[in-house]
Design a protein around this ligand. Structure first.
Ligand code: G3I
Length: 349
């Protein structure tokens, strides 16, 4: 059994691909992807800093291969992401003299950026994460440069430009901690406002970067958000699923802990493998999530893991670098974890 077969009547199941996988340097991961999944997302190589590093220069090498791979394997190809305040090159907001650009110039640059990328993959990329992470956890707008210069209108403009470039593509708003009530309310409001203005938005992406120790405090709210987005009339994509089992430090985020033995022991306790009790709790979290996703399969269009195997997950480097995390369903030896079969049994109830 495979993910794509087991859930074929429910939702697409996908994975984010990194550069090594896309460029053919990681055949073991790619074998898993071809066998298990029917959708793909590019982890990093459609983001502005990679695909549009200079104002007059695009670099489509990795993105082109990514799309070709998806087409060759008949997958639902996702584009990620057109407007995000991170992985955005310096030039985006400055003119030739080094001064911050104004409204008109930013609109022109956004239009050029979005149109160029979306048109190139027109009819091939089926859904775009148009705007990523525009909201704070309290539901207010994030004070990004986009917001500073254009106010919340930048969101509407991004969706309009993407729609003009490929009228058939699905367009999504994607964000993390989408289970938080205030963020949920703001997303619902955003969907309504966009639609009231005649702007196309097909779905929302709930990133789903979960942390094992937080399960009990957030699980009910995950379901409430799925219900709220369904009522707002959009599809829900579970876009960046992984479950970190390691302690989440409040301080020193971004630090590299590999050189500090004491800190390592505290924040990276499972270098020799996962203790049975932790593994079971992580397994149960995944099973409960898939039960939930199946319950809402009328609304949920896709479930995408943020990576393929544990050893290549971004979670090994966030919120501190140099960790051994176990967030995904394929292990460091490229084997499906035993819980995968338990997840497939979800379907037999
Ligand atoms: O490729 C370079 C490498 O050449 C260099 O030596 C190395 C040194 O730091 O950096 C490498 O680039 C890193 C890149 O990942 C590829 O591994 C960047 O530093 C690093 O910042 C980048 O992190 C990515 C992150 O977005 C950027 O914020 C993660 O891989 C990626 O998983 C993560 O994905 C985001 C989603 O797009 C949006 N939602 C949240 C999610 C997690 O942050």
């Amino acid at each position: 059994k495979t993910f794509k077969e087991v859930f074929k009547d429910d939702f697409y199941v996908g994975a984010a691909l990194n550069k090594y996988q896309i460029m053919g340097a990681d055949s073991q991961s790619i074998a898993i992807v071809e066998k298990q999944f029917n959708s793909i997302t590019p982890e990093n190589y459609m983001k502005a800093s990679n695909i549009h590093p200079e104002k007059d220069r695009y670099d489509f090498r990795v993105a082109d291969k990514y799309v070709a791979f998806g087409l060759a394997n008949n997958m639902k190809i996702i584009g990620h992401t057109l407007v995000w305040h991170i992985q955005l090159p310096e030039w985006f907001f400055v003119d030739d003299e080094g001064n911050q650009i104004g409204k008109d110039e930013l609109i022109a640059r956004m239009k050029e950026h979005i149109t160029t990328i979306v048109s190139r993959y027109k009819g091939k990329v089926k859904g775009w994460d148009v705007v990523n992470e525009a909201l704070n956890e309290d539901g207010s707008y994030r004070e990004s440069k986009f917001y500073e210069i254009l106010g919340k209108d930048y969101i509407k403009l991004a969706f309009q430009f993407a729609h003009e470039a490929d009228p058939d593509a699905e367009l999504y708003y994607n964000d993390y901690t989408m289970y938080k009530p205030k963020k949920r309310d703001s997303v619902v409001r955003m969907i309504k406002e966009l639609r009231a203005e005649g702007v196309r938005i097909d779905g929302v992406g709930m990133q789903a970067h979960y942390i094992l120790s937080e399960k009990d405090s957030i699980f009910g709210n995950i379901e409430k958000s799925i219900m709220a987005f369904a009522s707002a009339g959009v599809k829900v994509m579970v876009t960046e699923l992984d479950i970190s089992v390691l302690p989440f430090p409040e301080e020193n985020q971004g630090a590299d802990i590999s050189g500090n033995a004491e800190y390592s022991k505290l924040l990276n306790p499972y270098t020799e493998g996962l203790p049975e009790d932790v593994r079971l709790r992580a397994d149960n979290y995944y099973i409960d999530l898939f039960n939930l996703f199946v319950k809402y399969s009328d609304t949920i269009d896709r479930v995408t893991f943020w990576g393929v195997t544990d050893n290549q997950s971004w979670k090994n480097n966030w919120p501190v670098k140099g960790r051994t995390d176990y967030p995904l369903l394929f292990d460091r030896n490229y084997q499906a974890k035993p819980v995968v079969n338990r997840i497939f049994e979800v379907m037999e109830h």
